[in-house]
Design a protein around this ligand. Sequence first.
Ligand SMILES: NC(=O)c1ccc[n+]([C@@H]2O[C@H](COP(=O)([O-])OP(=O)(O)OC[C@H]3O[C@@H](n4cnc5c(N)ncnc54)[C@H](OP(=O)(O)O)[C@@H]3O)[C@@H](O)[C@H]2O)c1
Length: 366
Amino acid sequence: MHTILVLGGYGFFGSRICQALSSYDEIHILIGGRNLFKAQESAINLGLKSDQGIAIDAHASNLVQRLVELHVDTVIHTAGPFQGQDYAVAQASISAGANYIDLADGRDFVGGIEQLDTFAREKGVLVTSGASSLPALSSAVIDRYQHRFSRLESIRHGIGSGARAPGLATMLGVFGYCGKPFLRLQAGKWQTTYGWLDILRYRFPPPVGARFMGSCDVPDLILFPRRYPNVHTVTFHAGFASAPGHLFVWAASQLVRLGLLPSLIPLVIPLHTLSQWIEPLISDKGAMFVSIEGIGIDGQPLSLDWHLIAQKNHGPYIPCGASIALAKKLAHGEKLPVGAMPCMGLLSVEDYLAALKDFNVHEIPP
Ligand SMILES: NC(=O)c1ccc[n+]([C@@H]2O[C@H](COP(=O)([O-])OP(=O)(O)OC[C@H]3O[C@@H](n4cnc5c(N)ncnc54)[C@H](OP(=O)(O)O)[C@@H]3O)[C@@H](O)[C@H]2O)c1
């Protein structure tokens, strides 16, 4: 049995990861969070033993000892927000001889994980950050089509969510940079853009249709120029299914940009509550696009558009695909690299989507 501790295991994404992994015979799942009652209740709801729900603080000083006592083979860390977090959980996992996978979406956090590479290699474990839609799935899509280009020049991608709002950690991460400046590579120059601004309207294939989207500060903005050295443009946008909701946050982000509001963080809890009330009125469909451009192998300009469509509010399973796929590979004893790395090159699109086969999620290749 391969013991997997999911930190944040009863959270929005953590609970979906635990649900998907709980049915595997080779995996002994532990659902971790700071609230013992919620952890045990989640375990029972998944048909597990109540003691598979445990109280554990990701930032406790005795984390290494707890991981050793619990015989944890792999930690899946979903207890964000990751923006501003240090690598204490990853370091504790390595010290305890456990693999480490996180769902981080903080650019510096994912971009800096390689500093643990030597330590992870010494202990013979896999440490990977950003095991989620970004950069695991986004990079897998680009890797799949890269051979069709002699020169890949531009990567524009984005996610339009469905009605179901993510958990507080995700909203805190995103709302923390709304209206705040950050850099992205455009036409070969690092240029300043602002969170949730740079508004555009992207037309997804049916049944999703057009969505407003705003620019987001994500790991791909620094990882892709390193991984695909000829690219001169990398952008990422995200948007809500509700156009009025999207435009409200866009307008509030303008106030932050102008210095009239310090931050949108105080809006997180009221908007999270509101989004749950209005969920039945909003589209249950979400989608992701990856558009890549450059020069094809025939020397002619080439552009490819890849889409992923989720219906019936199954979009929230998409960010869970990477950790589910990696956990299964580790539990089956499949050979994976040791060391510490952003989650790129570890999974193919096929691996990723296989982990989502039970859900209403399908790709539309170019
Ligand atoms: N890279 C990507 O593409 C991508 C996409 C989506 C989401 N994400 C990431 O996924 C993360 C999780 O999001 P979510 O929506 O699932 O958030 P969530 O619903 O708020 O869940 C966070 C969970 O972590 C637990 N937690 C918080 N602090 C903890 C601590 N110190 N020790 C142990 N458990 C702790 C919380 O429970 P208690 O407070 O009761 O302990 C909660 O169960 C976010 O940070 C986001 O960055 C990444």
